[in-house]
Design a protein around this ligand. Structure first.
Ligand code: A3P
Length: 272
C-alpha cells in the first residue's frame, strides 16, 4: 500500500495521508480556490490546502509519489482526498503523468469565460508585480502589439480551452472530467457544488445555509462548522476596463476556439 500511516497529528487510527481520488486541474483564475474551499464543506472530503505542483513541475515530479503523498491532508477511510493545482490544465505532461498514477481518477475542471479569464489573469500578475515593486503595463499595451492582438501573450494562450482539453482527452475519457461553470459558481454556488457531489458519488451534504452573500466583498462566502469565512482579498478583485475595440479583437479570436471546445465536450457555454 502507498498509504503512509500518520497518527502524530490526530492520534486516531485509520487516519492517513492518501493519494488524491480527485484533482482540480484548473483553470488558473477559473475559481479553483472557491471550488476547493466550498467542496471542503463536505464532511467526506479532505483537501490539500496548498497548490502542490507535482505533475506540472519537473523538479517536484522527480521526487516521486511518496513525496506527493506526504503533502496530502490526513483523511479518514470514508473521506476522499482532493488537491488543486490550476497549472495542470495547461501543462503538456500533467495528463499522462496523472493517468500513470491513477487512470480512474476523477478530474474537476472549473472554467469561466475565456476573455474574463484573460483579464483576471492580467489583474493577478499586475498586483503581484506591484507588490514586488516591478514595473507594470496597462492591459491594452500587453493585449495589442502593432494594432494586432498579441496572441502569444500567456494569458491568452491559457484561455485556449480547446487546445488544452485536446491533450487531456488523449489520456482520459470525457466522462472522467467534470466541468464546473465558474461564472455560475460566482452567481449561485450551491447547484454547481451539488453537481460535483454527484460526480464524486458523495452523499448530498452541502446545503444553501453553507453560503451567504457578503455585500462588502460582493461574493458568496462560506458558513461551515459554526464559522463564517470569505476567500482571501486577492480573490474577487475589480478588473480594469478594456476598450471595446480590443474586446472585439478578443471576441473574434476566441470564437472559433470556443466552438471547437463546445464540440469536444458536447456542451456549450454562453461565453462572449
Ligand atoms: P477575480 O479575482 O478575477 O474576480 P482562482 O482561485 O482559480 O485563482 O480564481 C479566482 C477567481 O475566483 C476570482 O477571480 C473570482 O472571480 C472567482 N470566485 C468564484 N467564487 C468566488 C468567491 N466566492 N469569492 C471570491 N472569488 C470567487
Amino acid at each position: 500500500t502507498r498509504d503512509v500511516i500518520n497518527e502524530t497529528q490526530t492520534g486516531s487510527l485509520g487516519t492517513t495521508q492518501r493519494l488524491p481520488q480527485s484533482i482540480i486541474i484548473g483553470v488558473r483564475k477559473g475559481g479553483t480556490r472557491a471550488l476547493l474551499e466550498m467542496l471542503d464543506i463536505h464532511p467526506q472530503v479532505a483537501v490539500a490546502t496548498t497548490e502542490v505542483h507535482f505533475f506540472d513541475w519537473d523538479q517536484n515530479y522527480v521526487k516521486g509519489l511518496e513525496w506527493y503523498q506526504g503533502l496530502m491532508p490526513l483523511s479518514q477511510p470514508h473521506q476522499i482526498t482532493v488537491e488543486k493545482t490550476p497549472g495542470y490544465f495547461t501543462s503538456a505532461l500533467a495528463p499522462e503523468r496523472i493517468r500513470a498514477m491513477n487512470s480512474s481518477i476523477k478530474l474537476l475542471l472549473i472554467l469561466r469565460d475565456p476573455i474574463e479569464r484573460v483579464i483576471s489573469d492580467y489583474t493577478q500578475v499586475y498586483y503581484n508585480r506591484l507588490e514586488n515593486h516591478k514595473p507594470v503595463q496597462a492591459i491594452e499595451n500587453i493585449l495589442v502589439r502593432n494594432g494586432a492582438l498579441n496572441t502569444r501573450y500567456k494569458a491568452i494562450q491559457r484561455s485556449l480551452y480547446d487546445v488544452h482539453m485536446h491533450n487531456w482527452l488523449c489520456h482520459f475519457p470525457l466522462e472522467q472530467i467534470h466541468i464546473v461553470d465558474g461564472d455560475t459558481l460566482i452567481q449561485d454556488p450551491l447547484p454547481e457544488l451539488q453537481k460535483v457531489e454527484r460526480f464524486l458519488s458523495l452523499p448530498p451534504r452541502i446545503v444553501s445555509s453553507n453560503f451567504y452573500f457578503n455585500q462588502t466583498k460582493g461574493f458568496y462566502c462560506i458558513r461551515s462548522d459554526g464559522r463564517e469565512r470569505c476567500l482571501h482579498e486577492s480573490k474577487g478583485r475589480p478588473h480594469p476596463a478594456v476598450n471595446s475595440t480590443v474586446l472585439q479583437q478578443l471576441r473574434s479570436y476566441f470564437t472559433e476556439h470556443n466552438h471547437n471546445f463546445y464540440r469536444m465536450i458536447k456542451r456549450s457555454f454562453s461565453w462572449h
